[in-house]
Design a protein around this ligand. Structure first.
Ligand SMILES: [Zn+2]
Length: 189
């Protein structure tokens, strides 16, 4: 599969729903479910069946962002994006929340602001990125107790942001489309 071969699927109102494969997108085109498209040009051109009458093979040009018929049933603003270490590191720009060092992923850890041993949850609001030495030094203390103030604050990513955090290879035009919809507190802009 090509690196950019994921299509951002929206509902008719423009809320992101999922990253889908080219093949899945092609099915939506074939079923005439695609209501509008975004992006600077086709992501791929797929060849379909042969037209029996004309003898011409059909072609489907798949855009990088497609909006499908029908609104989604759930309110996406109520959905908290699922948590993962790689998404946390991207949210925090690979920066230790205590010393400010920018490091590679394997040198960084998910750090509980309120320690786990004291009931601090595994959640977007209680986790930040930290380097090993800072994590060790802070131990089972709060930032206050440890005298280690946070240099940035945690936040729950918005739906649009989550799609940027999730997507491994996001094409420039798709990145722009999502970025234009990020809230002001986002660190991804
Ligand atoms: Zn550190």
């Amino acid at each position: 599969m090509r690196p950019h071969a994921h299509v951002l699927q929206l509902d008719i109102q423009g809320s992101p729903q999922a990253w889908i494969s080219l093949e899945r997108a092609a099915i939506h085109y074939a079923c005439s479910d695609v209501m509008w498209e975004e992006g600077s040009g086709p992501l791929a051109t797929l060849r379909g069946g042969m037209n029996a009458r004309t003898g011409i093979q059909s072609r489907i040009e798949v855009a990088p962002i497609i909006a499908l018929k029908g609104a989604s049933r759930i309110n996406l603003f109520d959905v908290i994006p699922s948590f993962s270490k790689s998404k946390l590191l991207r949210r925090d720009r690979h920066t230790c929340a205590y010393c400010g060092q920018v490091l590679a992923g394997d040198l960084l850890q998910c750090e509980h602001i309120i320690p786990e041993s004291r009931g601090g949850p595994w959640s977007w609001m209680n986790l930040v990125t930290a380097c090993g030495p800072c994590n060790l030094r802070k131990g089972a203390r709060t930032p206050d107790e440890a005298g280690m103030p946070l240099i940035y604050l945690p936040y729950v990513p918005s739906r649009w942001e989550d799609f940027l955090l999730e997507g491994r290879y996001v094409r420039a035009d798709v990145h722009e489309w999502l970025s234009a919809r990020l809230p002001r507190n986002s660190r991804l802009t």
